[in-house]
Ligand binder design. Sequence first.
Ligand code: FAD
Length: 467
Amino acid sequence: STALVWFRNDLRLTDNPALKAAMDQGDRVVALYIHETDPSLRPIGGAARWWLHHSLNALAEDLAGLGIELLIAEGKAGDEVRKAAKSHEAASLHWNRRYAPAEREVDGAIKTALGKDGLEVHSHAANVLVEPFDISTKDDRPYAVYSPFWKVLRGMDIPRPSPRPRRRTDPIKAGRVDKGYEAPKWSRKLGQHWEIGETAARAKLRTFLEDLVKDYPEGRDRPAEDATSRLSPHLRFGEIGPREVWHTAQAFAEEHGYLRSQIDKFLSELGWREFNYNQLYHREDIAKVSMQPKYENMKWRSPGSALARWQSGMTGLPMVDAGMRELWETGYMHNRVRMLTASLLSKNLLIDWRLGEEWFWDCLLDADGANNPGNWQWVAGSGLDASPYFRIFNPVTQGERFDPAGTYVRRWLPELAKLDDKHVHAPWKAPKEALKAAGISIGETYPAPIVDLKVSRERALDAAKGL
Ligand code: FAD
């Protein structure tokens, strides 16, 4: 019989229980990916679409090595799964679970409908460390605060990843599976910064553990350094699963005891990913609705031209502008700078966090349905376990602290390259001679700050206090 495996956010062979079960069950296995057009599902953003294209081609190659063909469809998920099941005379269908309420609704409807048609439908756990419905507080409620959640999670038995399945039939030749896709012109530059696919993801984890993790707790806050794993887009598309990351890192810590605390710090960040998936599962659409209901009464300012200045990295605040330009050029932004840019938009500029979230959604290669809105709500203060309303990042002091030599800022803002370290995070405060020597004219070669940081801070505090 034929077993159909429907790939979604799990574009890998190793630690893929849906694929494994299909291979155990069927004499023949057919793989399917659907570009879903169901109106209830959030369409993928531009940068992530580019990643997906390459990831699907990598997956098709890997599957072809196992003798499995990857079909690509576009349309409503239910229609496309049914069509594929029919034309390949499938007896069973397997997938790994996804967690957004709208996704669960789509999947539930398919399970019911196809079940009625006589198809065996099986869903599996693969994309989080612990299923969101398997972790709850003592009084059986979802966690609203990260630290108790993490304390419980880190003590749980995380399932071991299943090994890469072995080939049971002759390999086939993979076709180009994503033929209809035309990479936009702007995406060419992204290719310089990334290698895509399961093999690249695993190699990246290795390099991170061997070379970088020792400095991770401090290095992770310095945006000029390459000190973090850069696994986020790979995790977003499931080219590597969190359970493999977890167990590989734990084994590394056991082997190299002196790295225990560094590895624990790294795993606690993976814990934030879990926490966000937990929120995604339990709360109303977190990309649309503030988790703290009172934030729905916030008097956001009209975005005017400020939104476009923020998007294009022209706010006149160097750390913010460097971050927004890094995002545009590479499809990635360093975590500390994501916090600064999001804080400037949602607090100093008082622009609705959803508008910032949408821009990130379109530009980030790792744009993730749980992590992007979850972190935006954390920064904006509207999340359940959020940065408090009075914590407003100051991009100047943050720059002085985490980019003391201005290396990061100069990398992305060549117009400030010649300005001395002392003024590079607040060029408008530099003496006239220093500006002249650096070839800078504020308001012409580089913008004046979009807001007064002090005044806008007070305005944000008042707005939040009034809720
Ligand atoms: P590492 O430091 O090496 O961390 C390892 C992994 O842990 C990451 O790949 C990621 O899966 C997870 N992780 C790390 N930090 C966080 C965090 N704060 N929240 C949740 N998971 C985390 N991350 C995304 O994956 N997708 C997003 O769309 C996204 N949007 C964000 C938006 C804002 C406003 C902010 C402040 C953060 C956002 N993050 C997002 C979280 C974080 O910035 C990235 O996960 C991280 O920078 C990715 O780099 P890395 O893989 O080198 O991280």
